[in-house]
Design a protein around this ligand. Structure first.
Ligand code: HEM
Length: 510
């Protein structure tokens, strides 16, 4: 190292000597001009940041150009918690995108419910993956109108049809899990097994038998490429070898199959077949003379809607399922209560398919699902973007064009509403007078306002159904590792070790 600072070495190998203009000593003004411009731009960057930030907590100076980029590359719950605890509103900048994080329930809800000031802002790569014309990018009145037409896909009647499909796919996968465990009894992480179960369930609910088996396999195998491309900051050009490029290829493959399913569904319904999946049901609704909205959806457009559901649900549902399994393994007393309830609700006959009515009667199961999603909410925050200056509080206005992020996690861990917030206590949902039930506005697991999750009932029903079947028919042991309680953020949250479980057929008590 000494030689590096040695004057002789520096002068003979000075990098500046590589530039003839400079070493020639004739054009110093070029250097001064360049330096002046760069310094002015850097000073401007700091001034703009400080002007926008005003009195909000956050770094006094932003790291030139990249800001807090390093934190966004490898987000951790610890860093998020530090940001949340810094204030009800706090500021940060990444690549000169000015970001305001809202911690409190009041501010989070205000963002979710102010469509005239802020709209959802999916990560940059989302538009490349989902296609810019996808309905999820609509805003304002057009979004409300389009979404109204999709609500019929999640009515009680529609959910009643889906439950049969969910039951069948879940049983099939548990059978495979048990066969696999018999061959190799070691505990294995369930990241991919749970994701595959969820993907096949979604595809069969959405497309029924209009998709061949090879399609569900192909979409499922390639979907991980989409998940990993959903980083906050990504290489902007979709060239071969990049994550976004691979995600686009995965979307093309999925869209090819989903478009085929839409075409086949139209043919089946035209031939008078009873609806057997979500697309079928949608087409039947559109053909109903009392239906007032648009009816001319192309195969491509139907496929895009189905793809938007896959996109919105796959990571969040898998996260919810995996933490559900982990929580039940770590709380045998709660698992036992779910088993007792299933025994009662199903009259001890686990061969009989689960129905909506049985799930509705499973009060304790529903309380558990609500609680596991509260303790470990799959989505911890949702990025929005201000479309005009947004006076969010009495003394602060978020500038137009900023990112403004309603946080979900802090509302769900507010000790005033959820005493002992880190503790898994399903009972807090059983008492109608509990603080949890008296403060439904804190339960932001599915967002709030015009973009609130459209699949909430479907999601809760499916997580409940999978865990109810698991509780009734399998035992599972959790292999604890130093990473079991650490959180990994890959679009949504997961246990860092992927949740290592060992499954065996349930030993029924006589
Ligand atoms: C545990 C599972 C799930 C969680 C935690 C979850 C959570 C969320 C959240 C937080 C939002 C943003 C809401 C907002 O901005 O106010 C959202 C939006 C959305 N979700 Fe879910 N979701 C889940 C499952 C599903 C499923 C199963 C589907 C479809 C079948 C779905 C479809 C959507 C769609 C389409 C949107 C965008 C709605 C719009 O912009 O109008 N989600 N979800």
């Amino acid at each position: 190292m000494a030689s590096v600072v040695n004057n002789t070495v520096v002068s003979s190998f000075s990098p500046l000597s590589a530039f003839p203009i400079i070493s020639g000593g004739t054009n110093w003004s070029w250097l001064y001009t360049t330096v002046t411009i760069v310094v002015s731009l850097l000073a401007l960057e700091q001034s703009v940041y400080r002007y926008k930030k005003r009195h909000l907590p956050g770094a006094k100076w932003t790291i030139p150009v990249i800001g807090k980029f390093a934190d966004s590359v490898e987000p951790t719950m610890e860093k998020y918690k530090a940001q949340w605890s810094s204030g009800a509103l706090s500021a940060v900048s990444v690549f000169n995108i000015f970001i305001v994080m809202a911690t409190t329930n009041e501010y989070a809800r205000k963002i979710f419910n102010s469509p005239t000031h802020a709209e959802p802002c999916l990560v940059y790569s989302a538009k490349q993956i989902l296609l810019p014309e996808n309905w999820v990018f609509l805003t304002g009145k057009t979004h409300v109108e389009y979404r109204k037409g999709l609500n019929s896909l999640f009515t009680r009647k529609a959910l009643g049809m889906y439950v049969g499909i969910q039951d069948q796919i879940t049983r099939k996968h548990f059978q495979l899990w048990l066969e696999d465990a018999k061959k190799d009894p070691r505990a294995k992480d369930i990241m991919m097994t749970a994701r595959t179960l969820n993907m096949e369930t979604s595809l069969r609910v959405f497309c029924g038998e209009h998709l061949p088996d090879e399609a569900t396999q192909e979409i499922s195998d390639r979907y991980w490429d989409i998940t990993v491309a959903l980083e906050l900051v990504n290489f902007p050009l979709a060239i071969p070898g990049t994550k976004v490029y691979r995600a686009i290829q995965a979307r093309k493959s999925a869209m090819k199959w989903l478009t085929l399913a839409a075409k086949r569904s139209k043919e089946a319904i035209a031939a008078g077949q009873e609806p057997q999946c979500m697309i079928d049901q949608w087409l039947v609704d559109l053909a109903n003379p009392s239906y007032k909205g648009r009816t001319d959806f192309s195969d491509h457009e139907i496929a895009m809607v189905v793809f938007s559901f896959l996109f919105a649900s796959q990571d969040a549902m898998s996260s919810g399922l995996i933490y559900g399994f982990q929580h039940l393994a770590d709380h045998p007393d709660i698992l036992e209560k779910i088993r007792e309830e299933q025994e009662r609700v199903r009259g001890g006959d686990y061969e009989k398919p689960l129905t909506m009515e049985m799930l509705e009667e499973s009060t304790y199961l529903k309380a558990f699902v609500k609680e596991t999603l509260r303790v470990k909410p799959p989505v911890t925050m949702v990025p929005y973007k201000t479309t005009k200056a947004f006076p969010i509080s009495e003394d602060y206005t978020v500038p137009v064009g900023s990112m403004v992020i309603p946080s979900i996690y802090p509302s769900l861990h507010d000790p005033e509403v959820y005493p002992e917030p880190e503790k898994l206590i399903p009972e807090r949902w059983l008492d109608p007078n509990s603080k949890a039930n008296q403060n439904p506005r804190n339960y932001l697991v599915f967002g709030s306002g015009p973009h609130r999750c459209i699949g909430v009932e479907y999601a809760v029903m499916n997580i409940g159904l999978v865990l109810a079947h698991a509780a009734a028919t399998m035992d599972w042991e959790h292999e604890l590792t130093p990473e079991s309680d650490k959180v990994q953020i890959i679009a949504t949250i997961f246990p860092k070790d992927g949740c290592k479980l060992k499954f065996t057929p349930r030993q029924q008590r006589s």
